[in-house]
Ligand binder design. Structure first.
Ligand SMILES: Nc1nc2c(c(=O)[nH]1)N[C@H]1C(S)=C(S)[C@@H](COP(=O)(O)O)O[C@H]1N2
Ligand SMILES: [Mo]
Length: 230
């Protein structure tokens, strides 16, 4: 297949997927709420820059389960499976050969710090999903990490254009303590929804709870609703 034909196929699959979820995406809280809770000017997706209860930090704290797994680029894999037509098992080289994106976004931790305007590079989740072709039955994903972390995200959130599987931050390879070689980021949800050291994305036909969700964190994690715990 020619490169251009390959690209056309990816774009076409992505547009189809986007159309399928567009209404749901447009009615998610971080897009549609008309009384969002927060302060400051309006951010790039229409919400107050600082969600309620958050404080801006310029440092970047590290949060994990006490284990920072070392994953060599040779051993690294990204598996995409579950409710998809075309499961993937990508090596690092294959991951880097996917269409790459850069985006600037904010990072809101449930422990009340926010770090603004971070520059990320990586693969958009929607591009990965377009390759895997979610079945009509798919509604959520579960992300699994090399440290045995897991986290669930609804597809209407995961398919937003600022959700990346990122390998680069501020122009440098993502440091191990922040989830390198690669992590997911979910700028319109609290940051625990973004799995560091990501290894597998399973498409689900119903919602399931991840590590923190099983322990009383909110299933939905909407920063502009102060939606921290369930
Ligand atoms: N694999 C994995 N991903 C994870 C976590 C974790 O412990 N393990 N912690 C989450 C939490 S609670 C937050 S706030 C962010 C923190 O990312 P940071 O350490 O880069 O600031 O990662 C999230 N992703
Ligand atoms: Mo967190």
């Amino acid at each position: 297949m020619h490169e251009s034909e390959k690209r056309n196929r990816i774009v076409e699959a992505r547009m189809k997927l986007k159309a399928r979820f567009e209404t749901k995406i447009q009615s998610t809280p971080s897009v549609a709420d008309d009384k969002p809770l927060g302060t400051g000017s309006i951010n790039r997706h229409g919400m107050p820059v600082l969600p309620i209860g958050q404080t801006i930090t310029h440092k970047w704290p590290v949060l994990d389960l006490g284990l920072q797994p070392a994953v060599s680029l040779n051993d690294w894999r990204l598996i995409v499976d579950g409710e998809v037509e075309n499961p993937l098992n990508l090596t690092w080289e294959e991951f880097l050969a996917l269409p790459q994106s850069q985006d600037t976004s904010d990072f809101h931790c449930v422990t009340t710090w926010s770090k603004l305007n971070m520059i990320w590079n990586g693969v958009r989740f929607i591009d990965l999903a377009a390759m895997a072709q979610p079945k009509e039955t798919a509604t959520h994903i579960m992300c699994y990490s090399y440290d045995d972390y897991s986290v669930n995200v609804s597809l209407e959130e995961a398919l937003k254009p600022d959700v990346l599987i990122a390998h680069t931050v501020e122009g440098n390879p993502l440091p191990k303590e922040h989830g390198g070689p690669a992590r997911m980021i979910t700028p319109q949800l609290y940051a625990w929804k973004g799995a560091k050291w990501i290894n597998r994305i399973e498409f689900l036909k119903e919602n399931k709870l991840g590590f923190w969700e099983q322990r009383g964190y909110s299933n939905t994690a909407y920063p502009w609703r102060n939606d921290r715990y369930s």
